[in-house]
Design a protein around this ligand. Structure first.
Ligand code: RIB
Length: 309
C-alpha cells in the first residue's frame, strides 16, 4: 500500500495568457493565446504526489458552478476521493490569471473565490482522514485559520507537516512551530525573514533565521539555481537540472508533491531533494500547471541520467 499524503489547499481554474513581454502600468498589449487549464497550488501538489505513486487525499473547495463541477469530476477521474472536495453554493470557483512571457516566466493574479470559504468546519468533517496520514502538505491560498488548524490536526495525528508559504504573507509563531518542512522560494524566504539575498552566500543566514523562527527544516527553492536545504544538523546545496524551459508555472508544486512523496517513503534527505528537484525541473518543460506535472518514471529517468553524465 503506498504511503498516504494529505493535501489541504486551493483549486483554481487557470487562464493562461501568452504575452510577448510583461507590460507597464497603464499599457494595453495583445495576448498571443488564451488557454484554460485546471490548477491551484493545493490541487497541483495533490496531483503531483499522486502521479509519483503516493496514495493522496485532497481537501479543497470549488464553486458549485460549471467550472467547479467539471473540475471535481476531473479530480475524481484522477483518483482523488470526491468526499473531501466540497462544492460551495455561495462563492464561485477560484480563478488564476497567468501571464506567461517567452522565457517561460510567469506573473499570477489569483481570485480566491471558493478557496476563501475552505473552513475549519470542512476540516472537522474530514478529521478521520488525518488518522492515516504520514505527510501533510498545505500552502497559503486558503484562509490562514484553516491552514493553522490543518497543521494542528496533522501534528496531533503524528504526521510530518510541509508548508509552502505561497502566496507570501507574514506567518505566526504558532504556524512556524507546527511546520516540519518550510518550502519557500527565494522571494518568500526574504519576505518572511526581512533579510535580503544579494548573493548565494546569504542563503545559510536566511535559512538559519527561518529555523530560529521555529520551523524544523528549510528548503529554499531557487529556480534555475537549484535549492538550498538546512536543518540543525546539516546544509545541502543541490544544483538545478538543465532542461528547456517552456513555462515555470507549477514547478514549485511538482517540487512539493515529490518532496512529500520522498519523505513519505522515508528516503534519505539527499535522495528526496534530488527527486523533488528533478520533478520541479520537468514541470517547467511543458505548458500549464497540471498538464506539466511529471510521472514517476520520468523523474527517475532524469535523476538516473544525471548520475550517468
Ligand atoms: O503554483 C501555480 C498555481 O498558482 C497555478 O496553478 C495557479 O492556480 C496559482 O494558484
Amino acid at each position: 500500500m503506498p504511503n498516504k499524503i494529505l493535501v489541504l489547499g486551493s483549486s483554481n481554474v487557470d487562464l493562461i495568457l501568452r504575452v510577448p513581454r510583461f507590460h507597464q502600468p497603464g499599457e494595453t498589449i495583445r495576448s498571443e493565446s488564451l488557454t484554460t487549464i485546471f490548477g491551484g497550488k493545493g490541487a497541483n501538489q495533490a496531483i503531483a504526489s499522486k502521479q509519483l505513486g503516493a496514495e493522496v487525499v485532497l481537501i479543497t473547495r470549488l464553486g458549485d458552478d460549471h467550472y467547479g463541477k467539471s473540475y471535481r469530476r476531473y479530480l475524481t477521474q484522477k483518483g482523488l476521493n470526491p468526499k473531501s472536495i466540497f462544492l460551495d453554493k455561495e462563492v464561485p470557483t477560484g480563478m488564476a490569471f497567468i501571464e506567461l512571457d517567452p522565457k517561460g516566466e510567469n506573473r499570477i493574479v489569483v481570485s480566491q473565490g471558493s478557496n476563501s470559504a475552505l473552513s475549519i468546519d470542512d476540516l472537522r468533517r474530514c478529521s478521520p482522514l488525518f488518522r492515516k496520514t504520514k505527510v501533510f502538505i498545505t500552502q497559503l491560498e486558503i484562509p490562514i485559520e484553516t491552514v493553522t488548524m490543518g497543521l494542528k490536526m496533522a501534528k496531533n495525528s503524528g504526521a510530518l507537516t510541509l508548508l509552502n508559504p505561497s502566496p507570501s504573507r507574514p506567518l505566526s509563531a504558532e504556524i512556524l512551530s507546527l511546520t516540519d518542512f518550510l518550502v519557500p522560494n527565494e522571494l518568500e524566504a526574504q519576505a518572511l525573514t526581512g533579510l535580503r539575498m544579494r548573493k548565494d552566500q546569504d542563503l545559510p543566514r536566511i535559512a538559519a533565521r527561518l529555523l530560529k523562527m521555529g520551523v524544523k527544516n528549510v528548503v529554499i527553492t531557487l529556480g534555475p539555481k537549484g535549492l538550498f536545504f538546512k536543518n540543525r544538523n546539516e546544509e545541502i546545496r543541490v544544483k538545478a537540472f538543465r532542461v528547456k524551459v517552456i513555462d515555470t508555472t507549477a514547478a514549485g508544486d511538482a517540487f512539493m508533491g515529490a518532496l512529500a512523496c520522498g519523505l513519505a517513503e522515508s528516503k534519505p534527505i539527499r535522495e528526496v531533494l534530488m527527486f523533488a528537484n528533478a520533478a520541479g525541473a520537468l514541470a517547467t518543460t511543458k505548458l500549464g500547471a497540471q498538464p506539466s506535472l511529471p510521472f514517476r518514471k520520468e523523474v527517475e529517468t532524469l535523476v538516473k541520467n544525471h548520475f550517468k553524465d
